[in-house]
Write a protein that binds this ligand. Structure first.
Ligand code: PAF
Length: 280
């Protein structure tokens, strides 16, 4: 695997390649990321991965400074898996050589709800860096995980609206044996919190079971799920049952007619904020 830190070296490595498959990450790689790279490999050649902790998508009180930066061990993991041909690991000066005054602003109705409401500017930061990375790598295919369900939709819509020649593939969320979605942020969890964390997904599954059991009042299902987690010591940002197609609320008749739904959740356990979702 070649490790490159500049756009010029990246382009040298990729000259003439028309089937590039790309996995952007912020590093601290776990099995979830490695699964994305495997999928990328099935859909293109060569596979390019990037590692860049993107300041623009972190709020002022978020974990940008303490976000785990583990480039050496990430490289070792990628070398062992042998799926990635080029790892692009730019520093901030390389990717943002001047103040980023042109930004990609997702529409309010998608970018300012749920995650975007809790983390103002988050999707502008994500969309802007993903567009920059696409412009550097020029992939034909790019792979994202479904754990970041809203992010996936924001990026898909951005590609469609800007007619970017990139096919976006989604990979199912990779979980541990207890059902906890793998995330770099899981390592912030204290041991007791680590044991509790799978309750986020368990709560979404319980909501799903009640919906399938005929309880169609989604506001009540959400409120009960929030209360369940709050009683266990969580602080819930949102648990929201939404339409899969646009993440907006479904009307009662749509729910009854079988509109495809997804429940999305974000909640804090101690100092750690976790997100998860479940297609219903
Ligand atoms: O999902 C992530 O790790 C990040 O949001 C991404 C897509 C790499 C952009 O920084």
């Amino acid at each position: 695997m070649k490790v490159v830190h500049t756009i010029e070296d990246l382009r040298d490595q990729l000259r003439g390649q028309l089937r590039v498959s790309f996995v952007p990450t912020m590093g601290n790689l776990h099995r979830g990321h490695l699964a994305l790279m495997k999928l990328a490999r099935q859909h293109g050649d060569p596979v390019v991965a990037s590692i860049f902790v993107n300041r623009m998508q972190f709020g002022p009180n978020e974990d940008f400074d303490r976000y785990p930066r583990t480039l050496q061990s990430d490289i070792e993991k990628l070398e062992r898996e042998r799926d990635v041909y080029v790892l692009f690991a730019p520093d901030e000066r390389e990717l943002y050589p001047e103040p980023q005054n042109y930004r990609v602003q997702p529409p309010q109705e998608l970018g300012d709800i749920l995650e975007g409401e809790c983390r103002p500017g988050f999707f502008t930061g994500v969309s802007t860096v993903v567009l920059k990375l696409f412009s550097c790598v020029q992939p034909r295919v790019a792979v994202f995980g479904k754990k970041d369900y809203q992010q996936l939709m924001v990026i898909r819509n951005m590609c469609r609206q800007f007619q970017l020649p990139v096919e976006i593939l989604a990979h199912e969320t990779v979980r541990d044996d207890q059902g906890l979605a793998l995330s770099s942020r899981n390592q912030y969890l204290q041991p007791g919190e680590r044991a509790e964390a799978p309750q986020l997904q368990a709560t979404l599954r319980e909501l799903q079971a009640r919906l399938h059991g005929g309880q169609r009042d989604t506001a009540k299902l959400e409120a009960d799920a929030i209360a369940r987690l709050a009683a266990r010591g969580w602080s819930v940002d949102y648990i929201a049952v939404r339409r899969q197609r646009d993440l907006h609320k479904a009307a009662a008749d749509e729910v009854a007619a079988g509109e495809p739904l997804v429940v999305l959740a974000a909640a804090r356990l101690g100092a750690t904020r976790l997100i998860d979702n479940l297609e219903l």
